[in-house]
Design a protein around this ligand. Structure first.
Ligand code: DUC
Ligand code: ZN
Ligand code: ZN
Length: 473
């Protein structure tokens, strides 16, 4: 019996990285990439398996740093489990997720984290890490931040400026958590919306009888995303230039504040999500009847008349937006979104998308919005670096995990709830016809998807211990 690791040769493809696209063979040994070789040079190696990559881009597996598998929210729970959600991720070429463990007010951070480990362990088809949501910043939680950063491989903490009584931290709590992050080298992720002002607008809308889903967007104006983003930036500055990562940016006003802070050299970073690049308040959230509930998530969709999507694409080109993640948080229309029929404020906030991020952003390449290199950078390399997983993840290089996607740039991907693999009964992108498609996916050297056949399994995915953001050293 041979004890040498299995060898796989990926031959004939074009390897795409942040710096270019080059014809190369990729040699995989066991779970890692062993070598990048001149085209055809792989033929000189004895291998167990040869994968013909001709006609495809060979990419580092996608890294989605914002998912919420089975998140309890609004009296229900996100419909994808770690098992179904990570399987859908494979179908979309994502080989690493970073999900959010949740500590609510009154809960012990380490116990909340243990509960998330229990949900995920043995169930994931791809590798996974955790950020920690702090819903109750107090002395104990602040101490726990140090412990998680030093010993648990969790180097990022999400705070909320909205959802009073559930997740909201006031400015004092935010400042204290930022000071702690400054001292232990971790990153603060911020849900930046002015929750107190939104709560007033929501009450006023409901009192007027404005109960339809569109009012979810109308009561969360872009100006309040801009204001909260600005406040978060100021607090991070006061706390010692804490690394600050603004999640799910949808408003030009927020992007302006981020760009301004970055131009002053501040440690401010941000992401957007495909829903904000393609969907609008008028065309989706204001859909007739209760259909708009499909598009209730926060931050909300913005008005098409204000050109937010144009600005977000530009932000992705200029790096003011560094990452595209999904904020994957699906709720079925039936029995879940329906909880808010007659009261938009009761509609669980969230949308599924982990399966289609690479395709939707690749469409931006086809449409001339982004370069091929920037596609790989925003969907794989930068998220890995931003959250301390590089070069284990996010790059095709010797020694890195062999997380590899063969992407066919001329295939057609048709998005529909009838064919997607997420455990949710609708798609926010129903009917989208995109150029490009995932052909083959390797996770740590194992083929988990090939030409429409899924060969992954729950339990293949392992927990990834993360270090500090690599953008700062
Ligand atoms: N924010 C998120 O990041 N995800 C789901 C709900 C929310 O408000
Ligand atoms: Zn959020
Ligand atoms: Zn989220």
């Amino acid at each position: 019996m041979s004890l040498s690791p299995r060898r796989t040769l990926v031959t004939g493809g074009t390897v795409v990285s942040t710096t270019g696209a080059t014809a190369m063979d990729v040699l995989v040994e066991g779970e890692r990439i062993a070598a990048l070789l001149a085209p055809g040079a792989g033929a000189g190696f004895t291998v167990d398996t040869t994968i013909d990559a001709s006609g495809t881009y060979v990419l580092p597996g996608g890294v989605d740093v914002h998912t919420h598998m089975q998140l309890p929210f609004g009296g229900t729970e996100a419909s994808d489990t770690f098992e179904t959600g990570t399987r859908a991720a494979v179908w979309g070429g994502t080989t690493t997720i970073v999900d959010f463990a949740v500590q609510r007010t009154g809960e012990v951070v380490q116990e909340s984290l243990a509960a998330w480990h229990e949900k995920a362990a043995g169930n994931c088809a791809v590798d996974y890490g955790f950020h920690m949501i702090l819903g109750g910043v107090d002395d104990e939680a602040l101490k726990a931040m140090d412990h998680l950063a030093e010993h648990e491989g969790i180097s990022s903490f999400k705070l909320f400026m909205a959802y009073k009584g559930v997740f909201l931290s006031d400015d004092g709590q935010i400042l204290r958590a930022m000071q702690q992050a400054s001292s232990n080298g971790s990153t603060i992720m911020m849900h930046a919306e002015n929750g107190s002002a939104i709560d007033v607008l929501v009450s006023q809308a409901l009192a007027r009888g404005d109960v339809d889903p569109v009012h979810h967007g109308l009561t969360r104006p872009a100006a309040l995303e801009g204001e909260a983003t600005n406040r978060a930036i100021a607090l991070a500055e006061v706390a010692g230039d804490t690394p600050l990562y603004i999640v799910h940016v949808s408003a030009s006003q927020a992007l302006e504040r981020i760009a301004e802070a970055r131009s002053r050299g501040r440690n401010v970073f941000a992401e957007t999500c495909p829903q904000y690049l393609y969907l609008t308040l008028e065309d989706h959230l204001a859909a007739p009847g209760f259909d708009g509930a499909k598009y209730v998530f926060s931050t909300p969709l913005r008005s098409k008349h204000e050109n937010h999507a144009r600005d977000l694409w530009k932000g992705l080109r200029t790096d003011d937006l560094a990452v595209v993640s999904t904020d994957h948080c699906p709720f079925c229309l039936k029995d879940q979104k329906e909880l808010g029929r007659g009261n938009f404020a009761m509609i669980p906030n969230g949308v599924g998308g982990v399966e289609h991020r690479l395709d939707l952003v690749h469409q931006g390449v086809v449409d001339g919005q982004l370069s091929l290199q920037r596609w790989v950078e925003t969907c794989a390399t930068t998220p890995a670096r931003m959250f301390g997983m590089y070069p284990q993840k996010g790059v095709i290089a010797p020694g890195s995990d062999a997380d590899i996607v063969l992407y066919d740039p001329v295939a057609t991907t048709r998005i529909s709830a009838a064919t997607h693999h997420m455990a949710v009964d609708y798609s926010a992108f129903e009917g989208f016809e995109l150029t490009g498609g995932v052909r083959t996916v390797l996770s740590r050297g194992t083929v988990v998807l090939d030409r429409g056949v899924y060969t992954g399994r729950p339990g293949h995915g392992r927990f990834v211990r993360r270090g500090p953001s690599q953008y700062l050293r």
